[in-house]
Design a binder for this molecule. Sequence first.
Ligand code: MG
Ligand code: ZN
Length: 358
Amino acid sequence: MKTRVFFSVLVIATTLFSSSCTSNNGKSAPVAPKNVVVMIGDGMGTAQVYSLILTSNEKTSFERFPYTGFSITKSASNEITDSAAGGTAIAIGKKTNNGVIGMNSDSIPVPSMLDILAEQGKKTGVVVTCSVTHATPADFIAHNISRKNNEEIALEISEKERLDVLFGGGKKYFTERNDKEDLIEKMWKNGWNIYDSLPQITDNNARTMVLTCRKHMKKASERGDYLPKATAKVLEMLDNENGFFLMVEGSQIDFACHDNDSATMVDEMRDFNKAINVVLDFAEKDRNTLVIVTADHETGGLSIIDPDGKYTKTNFHFSTGSHSAVFVPVFAYGPGAENFTGIMDNTEIISKILEIVR
Ligand code: MG
Ligand code: ZN
């Protein structure tokens, strides 16, 4: 009993000290996050998370989240969403048709949470291991009728007025274009710093794009610690008194599950797990950062079974080379995290965030 009282006092004290918005009568107002990090495991259903837990000796990042929920992923056009529509629902809060980037189901562009928070004066960044023009990053930074229009999406990125940091692949869509434009040269002239590796960055305050390869990066076992390192670097670059919005994607969990390659799937989960730990370590210290980890959909129809039905061994079993229609998990940490419980539509994530961010 005594212990419980002690912990309650500790929790209240922590809440008071971390709150910067105490109202006039001395009562503490709800704590609002200054920074928002949304992390998307592409294709990451509950079985993918469980695969990591089963194969890890240490506690995973997912077990550090105090609040969890489920997200309904269906798109406007299909019960089984693709990454374009699944990411768009998270980014703009509207259901759209499969294949569509950052537009509603009437093909009208809608500002993403990155756009809205940038407009409110926050720094913004996106970090992925696929081409930066690929569906998930594009959902946050572009608006296009089709995910296939990589060159148009690159052009939109190059002309974007508000975006501070972009790390990923996809250089060919900027420099090997049908219109013969060199977007990288144009972006340098417009004040961007552009490199092909992270250690080349010299100015944390400049708008910076790092494209490490022509298209997608190599798979986790061959690309090393890129994602956790890029995540640490972007946090260093974005952290400022007005706050920031960051989207980090574990892009290739989906690729491995399309290939029904369980070893690579676990490697990708392990890599994403490291990036999440980097963000949670930052958020723990900072105490002003809301961290949401979720997925756009599940890929592979993964289950973990004993093929002999005897409960004695665990095999990874994929039931499709495509996506499935199941709940995906939502994990929340930080000020306002308590809002992300129960079953929510994927379109509700943005409204919940925008209601509480300051
Ligand atoms: Mg993706
Ligand atoms: Zn996919």
